[in-house]
Design a protein around this ligand. Structure first.
Ligand code: PMP
Length: 428
């Protein structure tokens, strides 16, 4: 095999950076091979260090909803940067962003801006615990909410036992208040509330899960969750870091018509820059410092350059027909890939919701973490690499959802499907 610029860069990166990457999934550990080092991106494409072009279906793992390097977003960033990069004092831009978010997501009356999804969910959990005076939290297997200690946890050994850490460095004591349940399992959730209802501070959920491939919540599951939380005085946190402004303008809560108590946002609201947020009713948000006793802060929170990118993105996604087009694009991809696999006789299916999609080497889309794990991973890995050779970059792991942008036009989708037709034929 010839050495490429990507190989050279990867070897060099591993000398000074653990695993050669600054976020683990980038390292291709799950699919094997050399990660591509990206030099530039535009619209639906990016280019690697060898100059090879890819149709990009990760979109920076969600933010690039307008396509890469949208001229208006780039201009807004340039203009903001020229006025100074960071002040550590408030700006009008932060007010505009808060006004826009609270207008677009009615369950949010007040919002605080942070710099990552991890901070948003971690702070929302602290607020839920501070506001209820309770310690226990409920999460679901396969949902990812960032890497705060108490969230790096898998289900305990018995039904309704508290969790075990999934990362070294997380003391068991730190996760002993986290109950991990099965996604889409209403009965189990009812049992958990029967046993611990008065001790549960909150339930946190990805209302459309994108971290165990794409798994949609059933409406009954989210509805039962809302009712159980209200009944037992627990708060409902929707982690919409990924699905917010991705599956619909008002997020999954608009799509499912369910009002959470707190919402975490990220990715799209930063338009590719580090902006995330958490928010809810004014009464709840008044528990936050400096008004209340729940502490949270950030040197770069509400950064003016990042906010400029986010505001411009939020403006552009409100153009008439934006989500209709985005949804049709993701559906065209899902349908086209499914048809191509069928022609080749490969067991495969695909699903889409708004601008998110899932591809599965199984007969039907999974509804839980266990079902997702049962899919054929070696087939996925072979598909991933063959598509990469064809110039199509899907998420380098079978556990991740994919994303389309407004710049993925029919020609781009059809080129992807044509490549997949070739690859499926070889896979059989
Ligand atoms: N919540 C969800 C649903 C996410 O998908 C992610 C990131 N993939 C996070 C939280 C954490 O966000 P960040 O990586 O910005 O810390």
């Amino acid at each position: 095999m010839t050495t490429t610029q990507n190989d050279t860069l990867f070897a060099r990166a591993q000398k000074t950076t653990p695993g050669g990457v600054n976020s683990p999934v980038r390292a291709f550990r799950s699919v094997g091979g050399t990660p591509r080092f990206i030099t530039r991106a535009e619209g639906p494409y990016f280019w690697d260090a060898d100059g090879k072009r890819y149709i990009d279906y990760i979109g920076s793992w969600g933010p690039a909803i307008l396509g890469h390097a949208h001229p208006e977003v780039v201009k807004a960033v340039q203009d903001a940067a020229a006025l100074g990069l960071s002040f550590g004092a408030p700006t009008e831009g932060e007010i505009l962003m808060a006004e826009e978010i609270t207008r677009l997501v009615p369950s949010i009356e007040q919002v605080r801006l942070v710099s990552s999804g991890t901070e948003a969910t971690m702070s929302a959990l602290r607020l839920a615990r501070g506001a209820t005076g309770r310690d226990k939290i409920v999460k679901f297997e396969g949902c990812y909410h960032g890497h705060a200690d108490s969230l790096l946890v898998k289900a305990g050994s018995g039904l309704l036992t508290f969790g075990n850490p999934t990362s070294a460095g997380v003391p068991e004591d730190f996760v002993k208040h986290t109950l991990v349940l099965d996604y889409n399992n209403v009965e189990q959730m009812k049992d958990a509330f029967d046993s611990f209802g008065s001790e549960i501070a909150c339930v946190i959920v990805e209302p459309v899960a994108g971290n165990m491939n794409l798994v949609k919540a059933t409406p009954e599951f989210l509805q039962a969750m809302r009712e159980l939380c209200t009944q037992h005085g627990a708060l409902l946190i929707f982690d919409e870091v990924m699905c917010g402004f991705r599956v619909a303008l008002g997020g999954a809560q608009a799509l499912y018509n369910i009002k959470p108590d707190l919402t975490a946002l990220g990715k799209v609201i930063g338009g590719g820059m580090p902006v995330a947020a958490f928010g809810g009713s004014a009464a709840l948000m008044h528990h936050m410092a400096p008004l209340g006793a729940v502490y949270q802060a950030g040197t770069l929170s509400g950064n003016p350059v990042a906010v400029a990118a986010g505001m411009t993105t939020l403006k552009l996604i409100q153009q008439p027909g934006f989500y209709e087009q985005l949804g049709a694009t993701a559906q065209r991809l899902a349908d086209g890939l499914t048809a191509a696999a069928k022609e080749a006789g490969v067991e495969f299916c695909a699903d889409a919701i708004g601008g998110m999609f899932g591809i599965y080497f199984s007969a039907t889309p999974p509804t839980s973490y266990a079902e997702m794990m049962a899919g054929d991973r070696s087939k996925f890995n072979a598909f991933f690499h063959a598509m990469l050779d064809e110039g199509v970059y899907f998420a380098p792991a079978a556990f991740e959802a994919g994303f389309v942008s407004a710049q993925h036009d029919d020609a781009v989708i059809d080129a992807t499907i044509a490549a997949a037709r070739k690859v499926f034929a070889q896979l059989k």
